[in-house]
Design a protein around this ligand. Structure first.
Ligand code: IPM
Ligand code: MG
Length: 355
């Protein structure tokens, strides 16, 4: 099995190093992984003048799965849009056809006090946000900045979804719900947007093939509110690229730490890119304080979804629970009575807990 390892910028390299350490410590399953590293994002720009150098894209294409850190940094903020680090991620998603983005928001009981919501509101919360990742206003043409007849500049983007794209993500949503509590909530803005009206119609039609899954629909503004009011009402949420971007950040914070949440972006055959949901956090890069658990849990998702190594994935997840149970915490999830550890020590602790 070939894994492309793309650490990226900011805290990316140090957190990815911990996930690699854990993969290597797995023995059996882990020993068969062939890991190759390449620069991406700002690091790609520095190395080759392109956030997604050709060699990096080629490596990602040839791999069975991609383990991704994070991209971005203040030193790249002034670059033209095509050269910005985020473009690497957007292009990888598009070029590899990674249309299904799974973003679980699970509350670990040990971290219930880290949430800004009351423990009784969030305890037991287990939501899966399924975000469509290769369409919508993120990629819709036309887009640009033009000059109007009146002589002023006007920016514009286009929200669009084809039936095929909606159907594909809807099926992924129903299948995901079948593996869980069999409830799927489709989030849109059908009271205002044509795109959303079509979305709702197509998701409803696909739903007739899954009579065992309870389908509901919710407007995105209401969904944003319901996530804070009563998050446990949700099992799987399926939504478009833009709404999913926003709602998944919101949902991640319900769990208390964005530093805990992994994600998977899958293509039609199960090949995937795995990354923590958080960003590159340049302010804490290189200080050995970043939380590597989201990346370690992303490596577990990689084993489960792309490499068919369910046992190894479960071992990693159990090891993470164990270190939390031991009271070890990085700065972002630290609270009185727990033991604060650095990035490297947290990685070592997970290795030791693998059993
Ligand atoms: C995410 C990020 C990206 C997105 C950015 C970095 C382009 O916010 O993965 O959620 O908007 O999709
Ligand atoms: Mg985002």
């Amino acid at each position: 099995m070939k894994i492309a390892v793309l650490p990226g910028d900011g805290i990316g390299p140090e957190i990815v190093a911990q996930a690699v350490k854990v993969l290597r410590a797995l023995g059996g399953a882990g020993a068969q992984l062939e890991l190759s590293e390449a620069p991406v994002g700002g690091a790609g720009y520095d190395a080759a003048g392109d956030p997604l150098p050709d060699a990096t894209l080629a490596l990602a294409r040839a791999a069975d799965a991609v383990l991704f850190g994070s991209v971005g940094g203040w030193q790249y903020d002034q670059l033209p849009r095509a050269k910005r680090p985020e473009q690497a991620l957007l292009r990888l998603r598009k070029e590899l056809g990674l249309f299904a983005n799974l973003r679980p928001a699970i509350l670990y009981p040990e971290l219930a006090s880290a949430s800004t919501l009351r423990p009784e509101v969030v305890s037991g919360m287990d939501i899966l946000i399924l975000r469509e990742l290769t369409g919508d206003i993120y990629f819709g043409q036309p887009r640009g900045v033009r000059t109007t007849a009146g002589g002023e500049r006007e920016g514009y983007d286009t929200m669009r979804y084809t039936e095929t794209e909606i159907r594909r993500i809807a099926h992924a949503g129903f299948r995901a719900a079948r593996r869980r509590a069999r409830r799927l909530c489709s989030v849109d803005k059908a009271n205002v947007l044509e795109t959303s009206q079509l979305w709702r119609e197509v998701v409803t039609a696909v739903g007739s093939e899954y009579p065992d899954v309870e389908l509901s629909h919710m407007y995105v503004d209401n969904a944003a509110m319901q996530l804070l009011r009563a998050p446990k009402q949700f099992d799987v949420i399926v939504t478009g690229n833009m709404f999913g971007d926003i709602l998944s950040d919101e949902a991640s914070m319900l769990t208390g730490s964005i530093g805990m949440l992994p994600s998977a972006s899958l293509d039609e055959r199960g090949k995937g890119l795995y990354e923590p949901i958080h960003g590159s956090a340049p302010d804490i890069a290189g200080k050995d304080v970043a939380n590597p658990l989201a990346t370690i849990l992303s490596a577990a998702m990689m084993l489960r979804y792309s490499l068919d190594q369910d046992v190894a994935a479960t071992r990693i997840e159990a090891a993470v629970r164990k270190v939390l149970g031991q009271g070890l915490r990085t700065a972002d999830i630290h609270s009185p009575g727990t033991t604060r550890v650095g990035t490297g020590a947290m990685g070592d602790a997970v290795v030791a807990a693998l059993g």
